[in-house]
Design a protein around this ligand. Structure first.
Ligand SMILES: Nc1ncnc2c1ncn2[C@@H]1O[C@H](COP(=O)(O)OP(=O)(O)O)[C@@H](O)[C@H]1O
Ligand SMILES: O=P(O)(O)OC[C@H](O)CO
Length: 492
C-alpha cells in the first residue's frame, strides 16, 4: 500500500491526514489554535502556533495510521488562502502576526485604490477585485505599519508568503521559498494569464519583488522536508489552496462541475476549463490547478462566514454547547418564524463585496427562541450559497448538481435545506475531507502514484444524495425575505 501525508492548515485548526492510494483516510491529527481579534474587523493568527499545531498534527496522523514516516511516499500541503506572512530569511521568524483572510483592516485603503479607478487594471490581470480579502493590501499594511520592515524588505532580508509558503520554508529549513499557482492567484500580485508576478501590480501595492516566492505547478518538486521533523526526508510534491484542493478532492475536473465547501466560510468553485472566464456578477476568476504548466481556471464565489456563525452561537452567545446541536434545534421548530440572520461579521463577500456591512438578526418577536436563531443561522448559509449560485447561473453556468463537503455537511438538515434553497441536487461524498484529499491526489499525481486525473476521478464515491423537496412558492418567498434582510445591513 502507498501512503501520502496531506497537511491541511485551515482557518480554525491545523489537520494532517494519512491517505492510502485509494483515497481513504488511515489516520488523522488535528489541533485547534487561537483566533486573535485585536480590533474591529481585524483577525490574526500566531505564526508559531500555525507551525507547532501543523507539526503536532502530522506526527499524530502518522502515529494513528500505524506507520512510520519512511512508509510515506510524500507530502501534499493545502492551506487557508490569502492569509499573509512576512518573515526574516535568517531566523525564519515572522515580523508580525499572520493577517488572516477575514481581516478587513485595509478596507479604507482598497476603497481609495478603487476610487482612483484602479479596479479594472487589477481585475483584468488577477481575476480578483479590490477587496481587503486578498493578500496584496495586507502585505502592504505590514510594510507600511511595522517599524523598520520596509527598509529590511528593500535590503532583501525578508520573505513573503501565504501559509503554504511559510510551512514549506519551515519544513525545508529555509531551503525552499516557493508557492503554487493556485495560492499565487489569490494575492492580487499575480497575473493569472501570464502566470507571472506582475510588475504593474507590485507598483500599485508598493511591494518589492525580492519578497516574492517562486511560483510552481500545483504538483511539483517542492524539495524535501528536514528529516528531523517527521523522521524521514520526505518529498513535498504538491501545494494547493484549500478551496482548489477541495475542487480536486471532489474530482470536479470537467468544465461545468462545481463544489461547495462549508468550513469557517463557504466557497463555491466552478471548473471553467482552459478558459479564464470573466464574471459579470462579481465572482472571482481563479486558478483551479496547474499541472505540467497547463492552467485550469475556475469561477469562485466566496462567503466569509458559514460555520463561523455556528461557532459564534456556541462561543460568543453560548446559546449552544456544540455545533452539532444546531441540527436538532433546527428540526425542533416548523420554521425560523420570520427570523433572518445575516452573518456579515467581517463584511459581505461575493457577490456583494461590501467590507463595511455588519451582521444582524432581523424579524425578532417575543416568541423568538434559540431554536429559531439556530435555524436562521443554518438557513443563512443556504441563502448565501444561493446568492453565489444565482450569480454563476447569470454567468452561464448550469446547476443541476452541486458536490458539497467541509465540516458543516455532517449536518443533514443543513444539506437538505441547501438542496431545497438551491433547487438542485446536493451530493455528499464518502470522504468529506476533500481539501486534504485534493492535496494528497496532487502529490500522488506528481509522485506517479496516479497516472491521470481520470484515474483519480474514478475514486470519487457518493455517500448521500439530497434532492429538492420544497415548493417553489415557499422557496422564492423565503429567499425574497433574505434579499431584503441583506439590503438592511448593506453599508452603501
Ligand atoms: N454538525 C454541525 N452543524 C453545523 N455546523 C457544524 C457542525 N459541525 C461543525 N460545524 C461547523 O463547521 C466548521 C468546521 O469546519 P472545518 O471544515 O473544520 O473548518 P475550517 O477548515 O475552516 O477550519 C465550524 O465552523 C463549525 O462551527
Ligand atoms: O479555512 P477555510 O476552510 O475556511 O478556508 C479559507 C479560505 O481558503 C479563504 O479563502
Amino acid at each position: 500500500m502507498t501512503y501520502i501525508l496531506a497537511i491541511d492548515q485551515g482557518t480554525t485548526s491545523s489537520r494532517a491526514i494519512v491517505f492510502n492510494e485509494k483515497g481513504r483516510s488511515c489516520g488523522t491529527g488535528q489541533r485547534e489554535f487561537t483566533q486573535h481579534y485585536p480590533d474591529d474587523g481585524w483577525v490574526e493568527h500566531d505564526p508559531e502556533e500555525i507551525w507547532e499545531t501543523t507539526l503536532a498534527s502530522c506526527r499524530e496522523a502518522i502515529e494513528k495510521a500505524g506507520i512510520s514516516a519512511g512508509d510515506l511516499a510524500g507530502i501534499g500541503i493545502t492551506n487557508q488562502r490569502e492569509t499573509t506572512l512576512l518573515w526574516d530569511r535568517q531566523t525564519g521568524k515572522a515580523v508580525y502576526p499572520a493577517i488572516v483572510w477575514q481581516d478587513r483592516r485595509t478596507a479604507e485603503w482598497t476603497a481609495k485604490l478603487k476610487s482612483q479607478g484602479l479596479e479594472s487594471t487589477v481585475s483584468k490581470r488577477t481575476g480578483l477585485l479590490l477587496d481587503p480579502y486578498f493578500s496584496g493590501s495586507k502585505l502592504a499594511w505590514i510594510l507600511d505599519n511595522v517599524p523598520g520592515v520596509r527598509q529590511r524588505a528593500e535590503a532583501g532580508e525578508l520573505a513573503f508568503g501565504t501559509v503554504d509558503t511559510f510551512l514549506l520554508w519551515r519544513l525545508t529549513g529555509g531551503k525552499q521559498h516557493a508557492t503554487d499557482a493556485t495560492n499565487a492567484s489569490r494575492t492580487l500580485l499575480f497575473n493569472i494569464h501570464t502566470q507571472q508576478w506582475d510588475k504593474a501590480l507590485l507598483d500599485i501595492f508598493g511591494i518589492p519583488a525580492s519578497l516574492l516566492p517562486e511560483v510552481k505547478d500545483t504538483g511539483a518538486d517542492f524539495g524535501r522536508c528536514n528529516p528531523e521533523l517527521l523522521g524521514a526526508a520526505l518529498p513535498i510534491a504538491a501545494m494547493v489552496g484549500d478551496q482548489q484542493g477541495a475542487t480536486i478532492g471532489q474530482a470536479c475536473f470537467a468544465p461545468g462541475m462545481a463544489k461547495s465547501t462549508y468550513g469557517t466560510g463557504c466557497f463555491v468553485v466552478l471548473n471553467t476549463g482552459r478558459e479564464a472566464q470573466t464574471s459579470s456578477h462579481r465572482l472571482l476568476t481563479t486558478v483551479a490547478y496547474r499541472i505540467g504548466g497547463e492552467v485550469t481556471y475556475a469561477l469562485e464565489g466566496s462567503i466569509f462566514v458559514a460555520g463561523a456563525a455556528v461557532q459564534w452561537l456556541r462561543d460568543g452567545l453560548k446559546l449552544i454547547g456544540s455545533a452539532a446541536e444546531t441540527q436538532a434545534l433546527a428540526e425542533s421548530v416548523p420554521s425560523a418564524n420570520g427570523v433572518y440572520m445575516v452573518p456579515a461579521f467581517t463584511g459581505l463577500g461575493a457577490p456583494y463585496w461590501d467590507p463595511d456591512a455588519r451582521g444582524a438578526i432581523l424579524g425578532l418577536t417575543r416568541d423568538t427562541g434559540i431554536a429559531h436563531i439556530a435555524r436562521a443561522t443554518l438557513e443563512s448559509v443556504c441563502y448565501q450559497t444561493r446568492d453565489l449560485v444565482e450569480a454563476m447561473i447569470g454567468d452561464g453556468a448550469d446547476f443541476s448538481t452541486l458536490r458539497v463537503d467541509g465540516g458543516m455537511v455532517v449536518n443533514n438538515w443543513l444539506v437538505q435545506r441547501l438542496a431545497d434553497t438551491l433547487a438542485c441536487d446536493c451530493e455528499r461524498p464518502l470522504v468529506t475531507e476533500t481539501t486534504a484529499l485534493g492535496a494528497a491526489y496532487m502529490a500522488g499525481l506528481q509522485l506517479g502514484v496516479y497516472d491521470s486525473l481520470e484515474k483519480i476521478a474514478e475514486l470519487w464515491e457518493r455517500e448521500a444524495l439530497f434532492q429538492p423537496a420544497m415548493k417553489e412558492v415557499d422557496r422564492e418567498r423565503r429567499y425574497h425575505g433574505w434579499r431584503q434582510a441583506v439590503e438592511r445591513v448593506r453599508s452603501g
